[in-house]
Design a protein around this ligand. Structure first.
Ligand code: ZN
Ligand code: ZN
Length: 275
């Protein structure tokens, strides 16, 4: 457990639901939780399970109020608490969920502008008016989300989208904000040798080492366009050696990252080892 008091929390700390409830003295459920004991309001933006479309713009989150179906009421329960903060003395603390049951602390937020209305589908799929609260991080910068977590959360949402009936999908697609949010992410960069990459390309000699087709186009310099790929991914502990590196056409490269079939890996390993 990273800490036992609100003051000691740092952005990026990950809490279980039990820990969160203990520190703030709030109820274990809901996206907006009022805690009388600490005079706080805990709000949660859930990237994997929520029907809401919260989004970041710089260090301002456009946070959707409460109410699953029907038009949202600004004077209802914690919408009212949030709307009247900070004038009501309630400190608002924001958490994000990227993985089930993991609450990542973002920081204290304050209202940056009055709430405004938008159309979003409710839990029943019907359009309704929601209230969005622009909330600004008080002191901390928005902690960077790992690229991996961002990708996982997006893929979960894609899977949910794939299950929607056509009509609901159309409504959601139509009402999606045209101006998308953004937030910083961190990615792990693996160093790689330019000599190994060039060696693999020369060995391929303009032909994809998986499908054996000619490179699909030439670069501006007139060289066949192929991409280098590590048979055992660097992220999985693979080595940056000529035996582990192949030159592929973009289709086959994407196929390896989507399917990574053992038969293809075996075939590529034989080619890269000159067998
Ligand atoms: Zn290919
Ligand atoms: Zn690759």
């Amino acid at each position: 457990m990273p800490t036992d008091s609100i003051e000691a929390l740092s952005p990026g700390d990950v809490l279980s639901n039990d820990q969160l409830c203990e520190i703030f003295g709030c109820s274990p459920q809901g996206g907006m939780r009022r805690a009388k004991k600490t005079n706080t309001l805990v709000i949660v933006t859930n990237h994997i399970e929520s029907i809401y479309e919260d989004r970041w713009e710089g260090n301002v989150i456009h946070y959707t109020g409460m109410g699953q179906t029907g038009d949202m009421d600004l004077t209802f329960a914690q919408n009212n608490t949030l709307n009247e903060s900070p004038g009501n003395g309630v400190a608002v603390h924001l958490f994000e969920v990227f993985k089930r049951k993991e609450y990542t602390y973002v920081g204290e937020v304050v209202r940056a502008a009055p709430p405004y209305q938008a159309i979003q589908p409710g839990a029943d799929g019907n359009d309704r008016k929601v209230w969005l609260f622009p909330l600004q991080l008080r002191s901390s910068r928005l902690p960077a989300m790992s690229q991996e977590a961002a990708k996982e959360a997006f893929e979960k949402k894609e899977k949910q989208a794939a299950k929607l009936p056509d009509e609901e999908l159309r409504q959601r697609a139509r009402n999606a904000p045209a101006k998308t949010g953004s937030r910083p992410t961190v990615t792990t960069q693996y160093g790689r040798s330019p000599y190994v990459a060039e060696y693999a390309k020369r060995r391929a000699n303009g032909t994809c080492e998986l499908c054996q087709e000619l490179a699909p186009f030439q670069t501006k310099k007139g060289e066949p366009y192929l991409e280098c790929h590590h048979i055992e991914w660097l992220a999985a502990g693979g080595e940056d050696t000529i035996e582990n590196t192949v030159a592929l056409c973009p289709n086959c490269h994407r196929k390896m990252h989507t399917l990574n079939l053992p038969s293809d890996k075996k075939h590529l390993a034989q080619i890269s080892k000159g067998l």
